[in-house]
Design a binder for this molecule. Sequence first.
Ligand code: NAD
Length: 513
Amino acid sequence: MTEIADRPIQTAAADVELGRVSHWINGRIVEGASGRHGPVYDPATGRQSKTVDFASVDEVDAAVAAAAAAFPAWRATSISKRTDIMFKIRNQVDVRRKEIAALLTAEHGKVPSDALGEVARGLENLEFATGIPHLLKGGYSEQVSGGVDVYQIRQPLGVTVGITPFNFPAMVPRWMFGNAIACGNTFILKPSEKDPSASLFIAELLHEAGVPDGVFNVVQGDKVAVDRLLTHPDVKAISFVGSTPIAKYIYETGTKNGKRVQALGGAKNHMIVLPDADIDMAADAAVSAAYGSSGERCMAVSVVVAVGDVGDPLVNAIKQRLPKINVGPGSDPAAEMGPLVTREHRDKVASYLDKAVTDGATVVTDGREAPAAKLDGFFLGVSLIDNVQPNHESYRNEIFGPVLEVMRVKTYEDAVRLVNDNPYGNGTAIFTRDGGAARQFQFEAQAGMVGINVPIPVPVAYYSFGGWKDSLFGDLHMYGPEGVQFYTRGKVVTARWPDPGTSKVDLGFPRTR
Ligand code: NAD
């Protein structure tokens, strides 16, 4: 077994005062009083940098009470006023994007260019929400019967909740809260406890943009906070993004408690490379999509499926590119890939390399041997595993790290079978010059997002994001038009303004005339 840097986790020196990350309730920071808290690390140094408060049931209740109290006035606020505030939020995030990115680098570890990319993609979700006047328009049918008109309106739900993962601490919340509050709901964010600071920074930006107190709240915490949100009678809807077991739990518990739930889970994204593909282009795409953000992306390519005789040239092309990837801390301007989020996660990712060997796969490049793995902090170099089979542990689990697996199959049909038999169905991609094959793949792939010569097909903000199978529990995808649908409910009004003189009793079932 190859050892990676095996140093104890560094806690801050006794004389260093740790920053404290607290809650944001009713328009101000509220320091946690539960006595429970957790550590926040700088993954690039391995040192604890802050502590984050963990909310008690009472603290969650205070946030829900603030959100419930703010709802009537917020839903009655004119659409034009809400839109004006959405524009101001969008501008605040735009102007402060570097500060947000710096918080992501400090707590998640992603390098600045990647962090700025995350901020930019989330900005698009806020831009979409500025179009809410158009998005909330209903339908109107005149004269459906004599003197009768029917129209549909969409109304907000009330208190809505977002529970988010560590890997996109600034973007995933904006997948949710932009649409939620633009539609007239109030919102409570429960961010990941691993990198919680961006949530508070965003809360302050919303406050400065004119979001009324109680409309946007943040409770920090763990399962205690989540479980209270899942069962609180005043919470109407839950959006969740995270791992599949927790997503399933959130969906089952939330719906059992009468809530509308969309719960996005984990992924194992296959990139099929057909024999006619441009090998260099496919290798560039696979490397970029597998190792960007240290593979901690739910849309990362985790498996390349090499079809026919493409296997050897493709593996060689990928292998040649790996030594050039600069792994290092975000403070190094040359670094392209940062550390993993925690030591435990880094070690879990690394453990799959031994499992791959035991299962009979070939470790072509071992990230534990990279110079970066010797750095302080939670670093691991990039890894490439070839000859992976469907029954291998490394294939059957989501690794969520800088590990790319290669599976070799004989035919296109074999490749599609792998995609469709996999329990996850988040994203998938095909690389080919054959339009007919690509169209066939688009038709039959069992996944929510498909890329054609695009390795990470994250939809733009005016489409919706979501997987199939174990990658999503619930009916509606996140953000875009389905996000607006999720955060509103329909009401159909049937109206007539008859002459009272024509009125009479009629016990028959109403029908059109
Ligand atoms: P996670 O499931 O551990 O945590 C997600 C959220 O759930 C966090 O806020 C966490 O505090 C909370 N949580 C954790 N354990 C809980 C429990 N037992 N009960 C209640 N709440 C709990 O996920 P993570 O490690 O933060 O994020 C990585 C995972 O998220 C990966 O599986 C990745 O694929 C997935 N992800 C999916 C998407 C998507 O769009 N499908 C996007 C990003 C990340």
